[in-house]
Write a protein that binds this ligand. Sequence first.
Ligand code: MLT
Length: 310
Amino acid sequence: MPKVLISDKMDPRAAQIFRERGVEVDEITGKTPDELAAMIGDYDGLAIRSSTKVTRAILDAATNLKVVGRAGIGVDNVDIPAASAKGVVVMNTPFGNSITTAEHAIALMFALARQLPEADASTQAGKWEKNRFMGVELTSKTLGLIGAGNIGSIVADRALGLRMKAIAYDPFLTPERALEMGVEKVDLDTLLARADFITLHTPLTDQTRNILSKENLAKTKPGVRIINCARGGLIDEAALKEGLDSGHIGGAALDVFVEEPAKASPLFGTPNFVSTPHLGASTSEAQVNVAIQVAEQMADYLMSGGVTNA
Ligand code: MLT
């Protein structure tokens, strides 16, 4: 009977599915890398969220490991080249938390448009600063999507429902798909020049790192508001801070940071800056979805060699 370790907190339905499919499962979370390395040799599968770092050292110790399943989208916490070299299949669940993450981007867009966190803090401090918080409407504004895949396309759909215009920069977006989505496909410079709001929905790769660099931030429309629920490292955080301080950037909302956990960012305390602690996938619905999906995919692979998402 194959044996799987669930090493991050995961909805109990994952363990239930493994057992129903004939896979033995242990749920042991919060281990140090050394502790994990000491135990990983017993397992055929490792199911993780974002806390466990599947490094080369862990993979070297994983003498029986056949599959790593990430309950979520990003696999940045897995050393993919090291896993591939060992023949370990790495799977993710690209659809389970897309709606949830898209909704978080929309929530942050509203938060920026109406300065909700600052207005809330001020009101609860007893200030009643009705004249301080003049917002902007979303209707008729242009939303620039950097990345129009699973999550970006849902954000576009919701934005169109809010009567925004949606433009997208995504080298993988075909004209047919753009038409189907109701978005205008543009190049990056056009997006930077035209968007009132910019939202990022792309993985962090060599091509996308610092896509909102100092140079590109300087090309944005004055007053632009920027949302990042994708990955830290897509925006130059120092340049973003400069842009907010100068007033060129009207607001920024980050759910993700270059360094996480972000406990002391220079951005903290900047006016018109909103942050959340990588909550993009944090809804009960999404966590159930990704737990079910990762367990089904891993059980398929371990029991019959079937690969549905690697
Ligand atoms: C993901 O990659 O699925 C999200 O960023 C969620 C997470 O890492 O917690």
